[in-house]
Design a binder for this molecule. Structure first.
Ligand code: NCC
Length: 307
């Protein structure tokens, strides 16, 4: 593994992860029935630069934290998937500027995506992993053995390794078929910004997580947590992340908003969560006390990597 120092790591994230959003012109004409509803501009062009932002994980350890006021004092707040604020304001605040959702949220009927008020009045950003069909498995296996080579040789992963994934027919066969609900949502809410991340972003980030991990990790996409943190690091000068690195309130309770218990929510099963958390731990500018008491890490925005 490469074990970049914190400043190098920040610059790697800045230069090697191209966190941009899809535009209709990125996709073939056959996708136009839904891609015509994509915003014409990239999210960065529209949102501009923000000063201090908060990212709020959905972790059970936020319950009882009383961090709501502190979270709301930020210029912008990003939350994940269906995580609510109503009735949990004291612990998680009430401001939501961005909501990062995975494509399950858009497609699974139990989320009531089209009707649920929780997704309104904010900037929505969706991601969908590349499909895990036979071709992809081949590419991934190749990726994994190539990763193993680079891992042993201590060389950085070339950026094209897992990016061959993007040349697959993701736009025809996403993991979850979000096209129709996306189209319907855009027609019903034409003024609400709703972006889709380019799928290659996930694998660019995965490469850096792998390089900074002491062992080989499965080529599964990073969780919404890491993707959201990186998105805010692109937009904001400073990012405070809450309960991604767990505080002393750490619990097997998965979410602050429902009594469901599974430690995999915090440490990962499908997503390489523990490795993701270690990467952002390296970048923490805050104190250990903030981590213990608030589950808070303070990260500088990617603009701090000069040039
Ligand atoms: O659980 P999820 O994530 O919605 O959580 C959002 C992000 O918060 C961080 N987290 C969450 C719980 C916890 N105890 N510790 C944490 O650090 C993680 O960084 C996480 O990404 C996802 O990443 O999108 C995920 O989505 C859910 C699910 O799809 C959505 O909640 C919608 O229902 C996935 N769960 C399942 O598929 C069953 C989860 O694996 C990842």
């Amino acid at each position: 593994n490469q074990q970049h120092n914190p400043h190098e790591l920040l610059c790697q994230l800045k230069h090697r992860v191209n966190l941009t959003t899809l535009k209709s012109s990125d996709l073939p004409d056959s996708a136009r029935f839904w891609s015509q509803y994509l915003p014409n501009k990239d999210i960065h062009e529209v949102v501009g630069k923000l000063r201090q932002c908060a990212v709020v994980s959905s972790a059970g350890s936020l319950k009882g934290s009383r961090l709501g006021q502190e979270i709301d004092s930020h210029d912008a707040v990003l939350r994940f998937n269906a995580a609510p604020t109503k009735e949990f304001e004291i612990d998680v605040g009430s401001k939501t500027t961005f909501r990062l959702i995975n494509s399950q949220v858009v497609t699974r009927v139990d989320h009531h995506f089209l009707e649920n008020r929780i997704y309104k009045d904010m900037i929505l950003i969706m991601w969908d992993p590349a499909p895990y069909d036979a071709d992809i498995y081949q590419i991934m296996n190749r990726s994994l053995s190539l990763c193993s080579f680079y891992h042993k040789s201590q060389l950085p992963l070339p950026s094209n390794i897992s990016l061959s994934l993007t040349r697959t027919r993701w736009y025809k066969k996403p993991e979850f078929k979000f096209f129709e609900p996306y189209r319907k949502y855009r027609i019903a809410n034409p003024k609400q910004p709703f972006y889709i991340l380019k799928p290659q972003t996930l694998w660019q980030l995965w490469n850096i997580i792998q390089e900074n991990s002491p062992e080989l990790i499965q080529p599964n996409p990073p969780s919404s947590g890491s993707i959201g943190i990186l998105l805010m690091m692109n937009i904001c000068d400073e990012v405070n992340v809450y309960e991604f690195l767990p505080s002393l309130r750490r619990t097997d309770r998965c979410y602050y908003f429902k009594p469901y218990f599974d430690s995999a929510c915090t440490f990962g099963a499908y997503h390489p969560l523990i490795y993701e958390k270690n990467v952002f731990k390296k970048l923490n500018l805050g104190t250990k006390e903030d981590v213990y008491k608030k589950g808070k890490v303070t990260l500088s925005g990617l603009r701090q990597c000069l040039p």
